[in-house]
Design a binder for this molecule. Structure first.
Ligand code: 13P
Length: 254
């Protein structure tokens, strides 16, 4: 499967001109890459201005949030229909920064299902806050998967993307990121959990990305030793040459 390189801009940049500049430059420079799909997820307020008209096979737009109702008296929310209308293809759901603000697994599940219903691809983020030597934290990851994916039917599986983002590895110096070998072990654990939900053949189709302090220096390890199907990138996705280099690197790895 094509590697997925997803840039989560979070709440950056703070003006539209800069957002347009970053998007245009990245798009120009990734054109022609065959083995990678590049997704940028800007702040919601920019989605309309950055809308691509139509998605193409290399470059897509993603959203950082969605609400589970299509329309009505829901102040401040973002409808899945609006995202669809703007040709958004992916939606980050369950990011730890949203969970920290009170989003729970039930809400995550409602968002994920509405996104699936409208043919968009959810990127479900899971990951522990802390690791304990006894491995109790694995139960937390399992629960996030089981609750987040509740009532998702097998026929929707091909739209799913999972991002493993250990919370302690986000926003750190890259030396404090997860290691590729440990990522691989956790990705296997995630795959096993997906397999018990959807069966082994279906579970195999779901890309599992790594996220948390990815840089151009550590990315190769995750994609080769770690066998990651892609990367969910925060800060490095706003540095144009580095993000483009990440996409090119992923494009070369089979
Ligand atoms: P950083 O790459 O800045 O650590 O952010 C990771 C992240 O949270 C992506 O969703």
């Amino acid at each position: 499967m094509k590697k997925l390189i997803v840039g989560n801009w979070k709440l950056n940049p703070t003006n539209l001109a800069e957002a347009k500049k970053i998007q245009t430059k990245i798009r120009q420079k990734v054109t022609g890459l065959r083995n990678v799909k590049v997704v940028i997820c800007p702040p919601t307020a920019y989605l309309s201005a950055l809308s691509l008209g139509r998605s193409n096979s290399i470059f897509s737009l993603g959203a950082q949030e969605v609400f589970w109702k299509e329309a009505g008296p829901y102040t401040g929310q973002t409808s899945p229909l609006i995202l669809k209308d703007l040709n958004v293809s992916f939606v980050i759901i369950g990011h730890s920064e949203q969970r920290d603000l009170g989003e729970n697994d039930e809400q995550i599940n409602l968002k994920l299902r509405v996104v699936l219903d409208y043919g968009l691809r959810p990127i479900l983020c899971v990951g522990e806050k802390e690791r304990d030597d006894s491995g109790y934290y694995l139960a937390q990851i399992k629960r996030q998967l089981e609750d987040g994916l509740e009532k998702v039917s097998k026929k929707m599986v091909k739209q799913l993307v999972i991002a493993y983002e250990p919370v302690w590895a986000i926003g750190q110096d890259q030396r404090k990121a997860e290691t590729p070998t440990s990522f691989l072990q956790h990705a296997l654990f995630i795959r096993k959990t997906l397999s018990s939900l959807f069966g082994p053949a279906e579970a195999q189709k779901i890309p599992i990305l790594y996220g948390g302090s990815v840089t151009i220096k550590n990315a190769e390890g995750f994609l080769t030793q770690g066998q990651a199907d892609g990367l969910l990138v925060g800060r490095e996705s706003l540095i144009i040459p580095n993000f483009v280099a990440l996409a090119k690197l992923a494009n070369q790895i089979k």
